[in-house]
Design a protein around this ligand. Sequence first.
Ligand SMILES: *Cc1c(COP(=O)(O)O)cnc(C)c1O
Length: 370
Amino acid sequence: MFVSVPLLDLQAHYAPLRQSLLEAVTRVCDSQRFIGGPEVEGLERELSAYLNTPHAIGMSSGTDALVAALMALQIGPGDEVITPTYSFFATAGAVVRVGARPVLVDVEADTFNLDPQATLAAITPATKAIIPVHLFGQAAELAPILAAAGPRQIAVIEDAAQAIGAAYRGRAVGSWGAIGCFSFFPSKNLGGFGDGGLVTSTSDDLARRLRLIRNHGMEPKYYHHLVGANFRIDALQAAVLRVKLPYLSGWSDARRTNATRYRALFADAGLPVTMPVEAPDRTHIYNQFVIRAPERDRLRAHLDAAGIGTEVYYPVPFHLQACFAGLGYKAGAFPVAEAAARQSLALPIYPELTEAQQAAVVGAIRGFYS
Ligand SMILES: *Cc1c(COP(=O)(O)O)cnc(C)c1O
């Protein structure tokens, strides 16, 4: 039987909530309050409770959240910011946008998250921040990074764009560093009807600066304390996200259940692929279920022909991107990330995925290797 399996099924995600989502959108349209207002304030309150952090500030995107975080920490020309070389582009792009220099480090072979030892070794007197990325939905190893950063006045900015609700040592990611950055891009575990993002902070002072930066440094109207930008989240997005937030934990649990089922199916199948590793005390909410596979590109084409959607996160690490050639890194500089870029393959893991679909995915992979 032919079972088609998309990488992500947003229609199946939308269908059960369609009525409440349309009501929320209608509520905003009827109010004609599109900027700020009760929906944005409500979302910020609810996310602050969900993430157990005193300050949650809606932003225009995850990318803008990262830029705003760097701006709030007054990071700019002459400063170095350490980021993993293996992540979505925005992590390093944001550093360049504020005029600072990204200092890249390799990742852990098993979790794809930044390597703490490599991170500590990359610290120099110019290091002003470290951006651990909680990649694919799993918390990065934060303790050694926080321990090294604190006494040196280095800020830790958590890129939690893929990991809303994941925890490190039982506490939500995004609440460990100076600032946490989140994204509501439609493919994230909590996705809007377009772009949106969030910053969190435990510091009253940073939160105040972030609110100013979000709105041209303006307080009150037309009095500008600093040069910020328009980093505001739309009221329409906030209303949509408020409908979805109560379901987020259930969705992430469903992704985890699907991950467990893949592990069992793959164990039975005895295939030459490597499963994602869950490190102790670092919960994984499986924004992506990323395996390592020999002959990855041929496998991907085979799955595509079988109606199974996959994606490569990410085919080119930062140090080999054309736009970062000026940083002077060479091929071979970060072998773990380079191997991951050749081998990683994200399989469908969305909450609505059925057992039959998962069996079809594993069956098709078995077909390729046999
Ligand atoms: C999605 C993502 C971002 C950027 O978020 P946008 O809302 O798309 O701007 C940043 N970092 C990581 C790791 C991401 O996955």
